[in-house]
Design a protein. Structure first.
Ligand code: PEP
Ligand code: MN
Length: 301
């Protein structure tokens, strides 16, 4: 095939990372709608211009004991959104012989926590086949970075009408993220929250740090998107000592919510033990975040 043939057959006039006027008109009209979209979870939790809801928890729902321990701690701190994965994508299939996804059993523990402590539950959907079980318990569905462009999964999640957190893939442009968002909105589900969770960069400072939080994605998205934009410093930095600074920077960048991992004994976490904050550090971060958010006339909830 000649080079000429390739050029002649390009149908995409703007194969670019930049978001053009034409994109906004024809490719991403819903996510760029002019109306401000608040995402209401229940009467207490609304993602809007005033609140910064905290979504916290361990990585995996490893055991009943762990998830109750974390939920009780969060409840005491006044945090109502508990995040934990019973279905958990791992980068390597045999990385940890001590960790197995707890699947249905994990979902049952989340169910108990929800009933007993009245927590709002966020959990990740990795496969359409798990969706029915997840929807019985979860209040918010998370679509992980690796599934950002799994279009059938996006569609099926959208059709449940549950609120959705869509994470940006670490190699995706903002334009790609907005294209994926449009696949959810076109199904009539407007309870969409976008999440910045770090991008791949050749320079991530040290090898404990897999990704780099793209702080400027927050104001960039806010220029054209009227849906909540949240930040996940835990998965971006992969390194607990940097999480507090990135939480504060995200608040200053006008994020509409935060995902922060916490674990009673981070070093014992069966997945990604370097990234969760212990309870003492987590409490300090929440206290400081409350002060910082006041400066920006926002409220940590
Ligand atoms: C997670 O949220 O636990 C997760 C795996 O995140 P990400 O999809 O951003 O890597
Ligand atoms: Mn995780």
């Amino acid at each position: 095939m000649s080079k000429k043939y390739f050029i002649k057959n390009l149908t995409n006039k703007n194969p670019t990372k930049d978001i053009t006027e034409d994109d906004i008109k024809f490719k991403i009209p819903k996510i760029t709608s002019k109306n401000k979209k608040n995402v209401k979870i229940n009467n207490k939790i609304i993602f809007n211009a005033k609140n910064i809801p905290i979504i916290a928890g361990p990585n995996g729902v490893e055991s009943r004991k762990l998830i109750f321990n974390v939920a009780k701690f969060l409840k005491k701190k006044g945090i109502n959104i508990l995040r934990g994965h019973a279905y958990k994508p791992l980068t390597f299939p045999y990385r940890s012989n001590q960790y197995l996804e707890t699947k249905n059993e994990g979902m049952n523990w989340l169910d108990e926590v929800k009933k007993y402590l009245k927590m709002t539950i966020v959990t990740e959907v990795t496969e359409i086949k798990y969706l029915d079980r997840i929807c019985q318990t979860a209040d918010i569905l998370q679509i992980g970075s690796r599934n950002m462009q799994n279009l059938e999964l996006l569609k099926e999640c959208a059709l449940t009408k549950k609120p959705i957190i869509l994470k940006r893939h670490f190699g995706a442009s903002l334009r790609d993220l907005l294209g994926a968002s449009e696949h959810i909105l076109i199904e009539g589900n407007e309870r969409l929250i976008l999440c910045e969770r770090g991008v791949v960069s050749p320079h991530t400072h040290r090898d404990t740090s897999r990704f780099m939080l793209d702080i400027q994605a927050i104001p960039a998205l806010k220029e054209i998107v009227n849906y909540p934009i949240i930040s996940d410093p835990s998965h971006a930095s992969f390194w607990a000592p940097w999480v507090p600074s990135l939480v504060y920077a995200s608040i200053a960048a006008n994020c509409d919510g935060l995902i922060i991992e916490t674990h009673p004994k981070p070093e014992k976490s069966k997945v990604d033990p370097l990234q969760p904050l212990n309870y003492k550090k987590f409490s300090q971060v929440i206290d400081m975040s409350k002060k910082i958010s006041k400066i920006f006339k926002r409220k940590i909830i």
